[in-house]
Ligand binder design. Structure first.
Ligand code: PS7
Ligand code: MN
Ligand code: MN
Ligand code: MN
Ligand code: MN
Ligand code: MN
Length: 353
């Protein structure tokens, strides 16, 4: 009928706009999401956009705190409110356009199969509440994350939960077996490895934005103030603090490799593996690299392209991990207080792959 046709055309247009928002807001995920098979692609795209909206609220340091907490805690309901848009003014956070036109994302979210909708809403609820706890000062000392346990919990909320949700979507699509969604610790590690590496690399950017994610339990061993690492007289302390952070992240590598080895679908494998190989190469780049205390560093474009082309199967991914873990062990210095523990963590990675 004419009405059906009109609805189909409207839906094609809003789906197209969602993919435009994806290209606009995601540096790294857009290309791997677009390569996913079938209906899983749309579900993951909408999952990304919903969480990108939530993270934009979390990251907005100009928003009134009570209002922020209210939005974060109710975001899982907002995604069901047809026509909802974010109208508060305030300086432009770079992803704000997505929230201003959030009605488009809601329309497409509501067109997903109910199974996909409920996975996304469930994770959004858990993440939004976790973000709200941290934004309102729980688990923190002043502005910093206090303990390693708090650090792990924060990373669980903002990234480990993404791992849970993605595994649930893979299973719901039938492209992967139900097994992949059962081992929560493996899915959590997939997110933690990405998030912790991002937090190390973004030391300076986050500090300049007034945000501190490194746990005091680690950095407090090396300085009195988190910003002290930018001072030239603290170079050595900064290097040792950084190596302690890298040591902390290496913990998750064996679980990441175990998770990847369980995947069966090629498009899902590429989607999962590419961000992880980018992270291990970033980790090798930041290790003992004092530039991170002054400006943003990134792996070179050519290296990133090569990694994407090479991440085709488990054997190749294991070779890539071995290569970068070897780079880390080559840079590991005997005078570093973390030398021995880093050697042991590398040993654990080596037996796992
Ligand atoms: C749904 C693909 C594959 C089992 C927006 C992918 C920000 C590192 O510093 O944007 O804010 O710029 O560079 C992604 C597990 C989450 C964890 C988390 C959702 C992998 C909102 C990614 C992405 C699980 C909270 C992006 C966690 O970093 O950060 C989808 C398996 C969003 C994944 C945030 C961070 C993601 C992140 P920045 P980025
Ligand atoms: Mn980023
Ligand atoms: Mn954030
Ligand atoms: Mn962010
Ligand atoms: Mn970051
Ligand atoms: Mn950022």
């Amino acid at each position: 009928s004419a009405r059906r046709l009109q609805q189909t055309l409207a839906s094609d247009a809003s789906k197209k706009r969602c993919y435009e928002f994806l290209n606009m807001t995601s540096r790294s995920f857009a290309s791997v999401i677009k390569e996913l098979d079938d209906e899983l692609r749309d579900a993951v795209c909408l999952f990304y956009l919903v969480l990108r909206g939530l993270d934009t609220i979390e990251d907005d340091m100009t928003l009134d705190l009570d209002r922020k907490v209210e939005l974060l805690r109710s975001f899982d309901q907002i995604i069901y409110k047809k026509g909802w848009t974010f109208n508060e003014n305030g300086p432009n956070e770079k992803d704000r356009a997505l929230l201003v036109h959030f009605d488009v994302i809601i329309d497409e979210f509501l067109r997903l199969k109910p199974e996909y909708q409920s996975v996304i809403a469930n994770i959004t609820k858990l993440m939004g509440n976790g973000m709200a706890d941290y934004a309102s000062g729980e688990h923190r000392e002043n502005t910093s994350v206090a303990t390693i346990k708090d650090f792990d919990l924060y990373c669980h909320y903002v990234a480990g939960l993404v791992g849970y949700g993605l595994s649930d979507l893979f299973a719901a699509s039938g492209l992967e077996s139900e097994e992949i969604a059962k081992d929560k610790a493996l899915s959590n590690s997939m997110g933690l490895f990405l998030q912790k590496t991002n937090i190390i690399r973004d030391y300076r950017e986050d500090l300049d934005d007034g945000r501190q994610f490194w746990p005091r339990e680690i950095w407090g061993k090396y300085a009195d103030k988190f910003s002290d690492f930018t001072k030239p007289e603290n170079k050595l302390k900064a290097q040792y603090c950084l190596s302690n952070m890298v040591l902390n992240v290496l913990d998750d590598v064996p679980q990441v490799l175990t998770y990847l080895s369980k995947l069966r679908n090629q498009s899902v494998f590429n989607f999962c593996a590419i961000p992880q190989v980018m992270a291990i190469s970033t980790l090798a780049l930041v290790f003992n690299n004092l530039d991170i205390f002054h400006h943003n560093i990134k792996i070179r474009k050519g290296e990133a392209v090569k990694l994407i082309l090479d991440s085709t199967d488990m054997d190749n991914v294991v070779s890539i991990f071995r290569h970068y873990v070897f780079e880390i062990s080559r840079k590991n210095e005997a005078t570093d207080p973390n030398f021995m523990e880093i050697s042991m963590a590398i040993g654990r990675v080596s037996v796992s792959c």
